[in-house]
Design a protein around this ligand. Structure first.
Ligand SMILES: Cc1cc2nc3c(=O)[nH]c(=O)nc-3n(C[C@H](O)[C@H](O)[C@H](O)COP(=O)(O)O)c2cc1C
Length: 202
């Protein structure tokens, strides 16, 4: 039965929520996001695929006023107000020692650990690729739960890492403000490439 469910096309309503009408928000309604919602969000976001299931993303959900103030100095000026107003800001990090968890996450691929250890470039590429995918999964999961997002790369990685990922094993990738967006802050939708502009079928 589950296999059937996963093969079903979702409704037009769902497609609108996830893709067609979903927007990036630059301002937030004063409506909180609970820990229960964040846990539900993670339960969904952890499921889509990463290579060998390595799951290198680590997340700090910045929700309290105190933690927001710790984040403030790491933000580029244009991202300060919206981030301070957002109920939650997710700091998406990349664990460079992701291969220490292969026994749990990838019992079929534990032998890959030696390769990652001996080739830091290979490990870094795998970590970045898969953690970034996981960031997209988190954003889409938030939309699926009726939340809005505002992803951001405008921040100082070294400042944010020193504050939230001391030790150097985890480094920041990007941030996502999460909450209930203020529709007044949405920009005019910019164009997207058409299929024929950027795709080919061979
Ligand atoms: C990885 C990433 C980083 C972004 N960084 C910033 C940022 O630092 N500040 C900002 O205001 N918007 C940022 N954006 C927002 C994008 O400009 C916006 O999502 C895009 O233009 C699409 O807008 P739409 O969803 O409303 O169509 C970022 C988006 C992504 C996905």
């Amino acid at each position: 039965m589950l296999q059937q469910t996963t093969r079903e096309r979702v409704s037009e309503h769902c497609l609108a929520i996830l893709f067609r009408e979903a927007r990036t928000y630059y301002g937030w309604q004063p409506k909180p996001v609970s820990e229960e919602q964040l846990r539900e969000l993670y339960e969904l976001a952890r499921m889509p695929p990463t290579s060998s299931n390595i799951s290198p993303q680590r997340i700090v959900f910045v929700a309290s006023k105190n933690a927001k103030e710790r984040l403030r100095p790491g933000l580029k000026p244009g991202n300060v107000d919206k981030t301070m107003a957002a109920p939650v800001t997710a700091i998406l990090g990349i664990d460079d020692r992701f291969f220490d968890h292969l026994e749990l996450l990838a019992p079929h691929a534990v032998d890959k650990r030696a390769g990652y250890l001996s080739d830091p470039g290979l490990a870094a590429r795998a970590a970045f690729r898969n953690a970034t995918l996981q960031g997209a999964y988190l954003l889409m999961a938030a939309r699926a739960l009726g939340l809005d997002c505002g992803p951001m790369s405008g921040f100082l990685h070294d400042v944010v890492d020193a504050e939230f990922f001391p030790g150097g094993q985890v480094r920041s990738n990007f941030l996502i403000n999460i909450g209930y967006g203020d529709p007044a802050t949405v920009r005019t939708r910019a164009a997207r490439f058409n299929f024929d502009d950027v795709c080919e079928i061979l």
